[in-house]
Ligand binder design. Structure first.
Ligand SMILES: Cc1ncc(COP(=O)(O)O)c(C=O)c1O
Length: 399
C-alpha cells in the first residue's frame, strides 16, 4: 500500500519552490543571493493594526471563534464592500478564512465535481491549477498575449466555455503580470458571461489597492446581473502588509458560503481570533499609509522598467497594479553561456541568473506562460539596484 495518496500524484513539482530552494541553499552556504521572488510587501504591518492585536490578546480574545468569522469582522467587510465597491452583502453572504488562498481552496473544494472545468487565463497565479486539481476539477488554461496586455479576450472566453464550465477565474490586478482590466473590457467579458448562466465567476481582487495608473473595478460594477454567480475573494495580506496574519475573506452566494463553513469546521475550525480583530481594525481605519507604499512601489517599478528596457533581448510588461514585473526573455532563448551551455527555456534563464548573478527570479513556466520571468519589487530600491547591476554584468556572459 502506497504511503502517499494518489491525490498528490496529480501535482507537478513547483518551479517556484525549486528556485527558492536552490536560492535558500546557496544563502545557507554563505553566498550573497538577492531574492526577488517574494509575493509579499516588504513594509511592516502598520503600528495601529499591531496595537489592536496586542489589545485583543490582553483582553483575552484568545479562544475559538465562530467558524467563518466573528460578526464584527464580517460587518467591517460588508462596510468595506458598500463604501469602496458599491456592492451590498449581508453577513450570511460573507466568509472569513485563513488567507485569500484558503478561501479559494475552500470554494473550489465545496463546488467542484469530477468533469467540472475551471477557466484560468495564463499567466496565472501558481496556486489556481493545483487547487483545481486537488478538488478533482479540470483547469482549462487560456493563454493570453503580451500584445493584449495579458488579458483574456471575449472571443477566447466564449470559445472555451463548455457545458462543463463551472468557474471562470478573473484576477485583476493580476499576479504575475500586474495587468488590470478596464471597465470597458470587463463589460465585454460580462456580455459573454451573461449568455452562459451556468458559469460562475471567481473574482480574485486581492491586489485591489495596489494599483497605479488605473481605477479598480469589479465585474459587478459593470454588470450587476452577475451578482448571484460572482464570488469575490479579497484579504488583508497585500493592502495592509499582513501576509503572516492569515486573514482572507470571500463574499457571494449564501449556499456556497454555508458549504465553505462546513469544510472549515472540519479543518481549521476558525481563523485566528487575534488576527480577526486586527483585520477588522485594518479595514475600518484610515489607509493613508497606502499612498506612501504605492508611490514607493511605483518608483521601484519605474527603475526596473527603465533597466530592463535598456537590455536587448529583454522586454518588460508595464504593470498597472500589484508589485511584480513580468519580463520576456525571448531574446536570450537558444543563446549560449560562456560555459557552452545553451539557454533552452525560461527555467534555464532563471537558473543562469541565480548562479551567475546571484539573483533569484521566478521563471514564467511557473505561471503557465513562457519565455518570461517574474521579478517582485517588494524589495528595497538599494537591493533592486544591486540586483540589476549583477544581472547586467551576468548577461554579458551570454553570446
Ligand atoms: C493572485 C493571488 N490571489 C490570492 C493570494 C492569496 O493571498 P493570501 O492567502 O495571503 O490572502 C495571492 C498571494 O500571493 C495571490 O497572488
Amino acid at each position: 500500500m502506497a504511503l502517499i495518496s494518489d491525490r498528490l500524484s496529480r501535482f507537478k513539482p513547483s518551479l517556484t519552490v525549486k528556485i527558492s530552494q536552490i536560492a535558500r541553499e546557496m544563502s545557507l552556504s554563505g553566498e550573497d543571493v538577492i531574492s526577488l521572488s517574494s509575493g509579499e510587501p516588504d513594509f511592516d504591518t502598520p503600528n495601529h493594526i499591531k496595537d489592536s492585536a496586542i489589545e485583543a490578546i490582553e483582553k483575552g480574545f484568545t479562544k475559538y471563534t465562530q467558524v467563518d468569522g466573528i460578526p464584527e469582522l464580517k460587518k467591517a467587510i460588508a462596510n468595506k464592500f458598500s463604501s469602496e465597491n458599491h456592492l451590498n452583502y449581508n453577513l450570511k453572504q460573507i466568509t472569513v478564512g485563513v488567507g485569500g488562498k484558503h478561501v479559494i481552496y475552500n470554494l473550489l473544494m465545496s463546488t467542484l465535481n469530477k468533469k467540472d472545468e475551471v477557466i484560468i487565463p495564463s499567466p496565472y497565479w501558481v496556486s489556481y491549477p493545483d487547487m483545481v486539481g486537488l478538488a478533482e476539477g479540470t483547469s482549462v488554461i487560456i493563454e493570453t498575449q503580451m500584445r493584449d496586455s495579458f488579458k483574456i479576450t471575449p472571443k477566447q472566453l466564449e470559445n472555451n466555455i463548455t457545458k462543463n464550465t463551472k468557474w471562470f477565474i478573473l484576477n485583476s490586478p493580476g499576479n504575475p503580470t500586474g495587468a488590470v482590466y478596464e471597465k470597458k473590457e470587463l463589460y465585454e467579458l460580462s456580455k459573454v458571461l451573461i449568455k452562459h448562466p451556468h458559469v460562475q465567476i471567481l473574482s480574485d481582487d486581492i491586489y485591489e489597492h495596489i494599483i497605479y495608473d488605473k481605477k479598480f473595478y469589479n465585474i459587478l460594477n459593470v454588470e450587476p446581473r452577475l451578482y448571484d454567480r460572482t464570488f469575490i475573494v479579497n484579504g488583508v495580506s497585500k493592502a495592509f502588509s499582513m501576509t503572516g496574519w492569515r486573514i482572507g475573506y470571500g463574499v457571494g452566494n449564501e449556499e456556497i458560503i454555508k458549504s465553505i463553513s462546513k469544510i472549515q469546521s472540519q479543518s481549521t475550525t476558525n481563523p485566528c481570533s487575534i488576527s480577526q480583530v486586527a483585520a477588522k481594525f485594518a479595514l475600518e481605519s484610515e489607509k493613508k499609509f497606502l499612498e506612501e507604499w504605492i508611490s514607493e512601489f511605483k518608483k521601484r517599478q519605474d527603475f526596473l522598467v527603465n533597466f530592463f528596457k535598456s537590455i536587448i533581448g529583454l522586454k518588460p510588461f508595464i504593470p498597472s497594479g500589484a508589485f511584480y514585473l513580468y519580463v520576456s526573455c525571448e531574446g536570450f532563448i537558444d543563446k549560449v553561456q560562456n560555459n557552452g551551455k545553451k539557454i533552452k527555456d525560461d527555467m534555464d534563464f532563471a537558473e543562469f541568473l541565480l548562479y551567475e548573478a546571484k539573483v533569484a527570479v521566478v521563471p514564467g513556466s511557473a505561471f503557465g506562460k513562457s519565455p518570461f520571468f517574474r521579478i517582485s519589487y517588494a524589495t528595497s530600491l538599494n537591493d533592486l539596484s544591486e540586483a540589476c547591476n549583477r544581472i547586467g554584468n551576468a548577461l554579458k556572459k551570454i553570446k
